[in-house]
Design a protein around this ligand. Structure first.
Ligand code: ADP
Ligand code: MG
Length: 345
């Protein structure tokens, strides 16, 4: 065959293979976009585990009429402009791929109204060339994205979808993770018209209240609270008590610069600290927020951004082990004042 450029839809569908694994990945990308847009309230409506429809409405800054088409094209982003920006990234998105990918594997409509624009506009794209059509519609300030019939045109992917219940469970997990690290944002999650989660936006200082909303007051009440730093690395953590030890890892939440992670290095460090203190091999429960200078961490390792690469991996690992094991053993010995612990370098 001669060499030819792929038509945009096919190129986007190939890229979608990496970003859009299942309905929950669509939800993750769209909710992260809403957060990047400064939304304080996000509503997520799911039909049939997301197979049928994923609809996200936010009250963020919106997308201007003349940028709607661009927002749907590949490698188009408002979040970075240079390599330097990428190295100090603070937003959750930066690849400019999510909307293009999702629109290539679903029937997507994007409706948006920035506050300074009189009229809301709705865009949808269709065909091999992904031509964008715009219509004026009624919509409050903010953005709604409606992705229906996910994978309708990629049967190979559709075959891998699990039951409605399983796919919804994955969606709920994603919302939980995002809501833990964005406690000021209000969330409503509905499945087949029924409200499943309703989280009021919490005040800046009330992070622990949001954790309580999601993991229960008992978790908060019994956990060891840790706030400490070393050089430019900061850590805030709620470390579950022995009574919270589980047979699975479903209550382990770690975040790096506000981004939910299943990072091996962090998990390893935490397990090691728990093992050192308690001598257990089961799964401890914890919520850990790490913050490191954006320059010292590479988030562009994985298309779905599940992993990061720390410049000083060893240092980060040992810092976590040391601080967590010390906090746990001091709390167990009852030496820490009011259950909170400050690391002494
Ligand atoms: P990325 O998030 O990597 O920039 P996306 O494909 O997810 O790429 O989105 C493309 C662009 O569309 C974003 O950079 C942003 O400018 C705009 N956008 C997407 N979703 C929203 C939203 N909910 N509110 C405002 N702007 C949005
Ligand atoms: Mg995005």
């Amino acid at each position: 065959m001669p060499i030819k450029l792929l038509p945009p839809q096919l190129a986007n569908q190939i890229a979608a293979g990496e970003v859009v694994e299942r309905p929950a990945s669509v939800v993750k990308e769209l909710v992260e976009n809403s957060i990047d847009a400064g939304s304080t309230q996000i509503e997520i409506d799911i039909e049939k585990g997301g197979h049928k429809r994923i609809k996200i409405r936010d009250n963020g800054q919106g997308i201007a009429h003349d940028e709607l088409e661009l927002a749907l094209s590949r490698h188009a982003t408002s979040k970075i402009a240079t390599l330097d920006d990428l190295e100090q990234i603070l937003s959750l998105g930066f690849r400019g791929e999510a909307l293009a990918s999702i629109s290539s594997v679903s029937r997507l409509t994007l409706t948006s109204k920035p506050a300074n624009q009189e009229q809301a506009w709705q865009a949808h794209c269709h065909g091999r060339d992904m031509a964008v059509k715009l219509n004026p519609v009624a919509h409050p300030n903010g953005t709604t994205i409606d992705a229906a019939d996910l994978f309708y045109n990629t049967p190979a992917r559709r075959k891998f979808l699990r039951t409605e219940k399983t796919e919804f469970q994955h969606i709920d997990d994603i919302i939980k993770r995002i809501a833990l690290s964005h406690h000021k944002v209000g969330f409503i999650l509905r499945h087949n018209g029924k409200t499943v989660r309703k989280l009021a936006g919490r005040a800046e200082q009330d992070k622990s209240k949001r954790i309580g909303d999601l993991l229960g007051q008992k978790f908060i009440g019994n956990s060891t609270y840790l706030k400490t730093d070393y050089d430019s690395i900061k850590m805030e953590a709620w470390l579950g008590s022995l009574s919270e030890v589980r047979s699975s890892n479903d209550c382990q939440f770690s975040f790096v610069n506000g981004r939910g992670m299943r990072d091996k290095l962090i998990l390893h460090a935490l397990r090691q600290a728990y093992e050192m203190t308690w001598g257990i091999a089961e799964q401890p429960a914890f919520v850990v927020f790490l913050s490191v200078p954006a320059r010292d961490v590479d988030v562009n390792v994985h298309p779905a951004k599940h992993e990061v690469r720390f410049q000083q991996a060893r240092l980060v690992h040992d810092f976590i082990v040391q601080a967590v094991s010390q906090a746990l053993s001091e709390d167990a010995a009852g030496t820490s004042a009011n259950g909170s612990y400050q690391h002494q370098p």
